[in-house]
Design a protein around this ligand. Structure first.
Ligand SMILES: Nc1ncnc2c1ncn2[C@@H]1O[C@H](COP(=O)(O)OP(=O)(O)O)[C@@H](O)[C@H]1O
Ligand SMILES: [Mg+2]
Length: 256
């Protein structure tokens, strides 16, 4: 795969406050298009908060104040000229708990492409839906029941449906916030395999509290602690040869 030396997303001096609470402290990071980046760290250290900065989901939190600069292909996503609906199509998000719409499997996937005018007729839309479900590794399991409600699927299938919904609008970046934490080990393995298959097509950022998962799926790992980005580097380095004592303590299970 062709390697683009420019990072897909860059964050510079990003701080997030919730009222008085300083949740993210001066974070700088580059996310590459051809890699999976994992955010790890103990609960409450700011992983979700920082992830949500990357597609301005924190805009929906009244008390949240984000400062600093975050760019997508060099363009500041917090600029007032940025169309946030468009941004969230370019930088899609998968949540901890699978959250399909109360609609059919087909409509769950067709929703975004319809909103963004990505299919001009029913045959085109059928194709978009099929391609997205295939890419999400779900097509064979649902092709004969596309009109069933998305919520009738198993948890793991629902999460893959949510991934299909995100990739149906051809995003550039896919953010995943602990996407396997509600799933059993078999469903988790399927999602991890899927992340590997999607790598290279989309920049992927995954929050996980599971260090083995970070080691399996990612090329870069960022370790957060108390709102600070303590260490960021190649996953293999972070897990075998961390530079910071805090990282070492965390990955060896001294605190969690
Ligand atoms: N909506 C919110 N309002 C106020 N404080 C919040 C909100 N969301 C998160 N926080 C606080 O910000 C800190 C970071 O939380 P979070 O980003 O959810 O951490 P993580 O995802 O690493 O568990 C925590 O102290 C948490 O209590
Ligand atoms: Mg979280």
């Amino acid at each position: 795969m062709a390697t683009n030396p420019q990072p897909k997303m860059t964050a510079r001096n990003v701080n997030v406050h919730y009222g008085e609470k300083h949740a993210i402290k001066d974070v700088n990071i580059d996310v590459r298009a051809d890699e999976v980046t994992a955010f790890i760290g103990p609960s409450g250290c700011g992983k979700s908060t920082f992830l949500r900065c990357l597609n301005r989901m924190n805009d929906t939190v009244a008390s949240a104040r984000v400062t600093g600069e975050i760019a997508l292909d060099g363009e500041n996503i917090y600029d007032k000229s940025m169309d946030v609906v468009q941004l969230r199509a370019r930088v899609g998000m998968v949540f901890q708990k699978p959250n399909p719409f109360p609609k059919s499997i087909y409509e769950n996937v067709a929703y975004g492409p319809r909103l963004h005018g990505l299919a001009s007729n029913r045959a085109d839309m059928d194709q978009v839906v099929e391609n997205s479900l295939r890419r999400a590794g779900l097509w064979e399991e649902v092709k004969d029941r596309l009109q069933d409600p998305g919520t009738a699927l198993s948890g793991g299938q629902q999460q893959r449906l949510c991934i299909a919904r995100v990739i149906a609008v051809e995003p550039e970046v896919v953010l995943m916030d602990e996407p396997c934490s509600a799933l059993d080990p078999i469903a988790t393995a399927k999602i991890e395999e899927l992340i590997g298959a999607l790598r290279g097509r989309y920049a992927i950022v995954i929050v996980t509290h599971n260090m083995q998962q970070a080691a399996r799926v990612s090329q870069k790992t960022a370790f957060f602690h108390l709102g600070n980005l303590v260490e960021y580097g190649a996953t293999s380095e972070i897990f075998t040869n961390p530079r910071q004592e805090k990282t070492k303590d965390y990955i060896t299970g001294r605190y969690g």
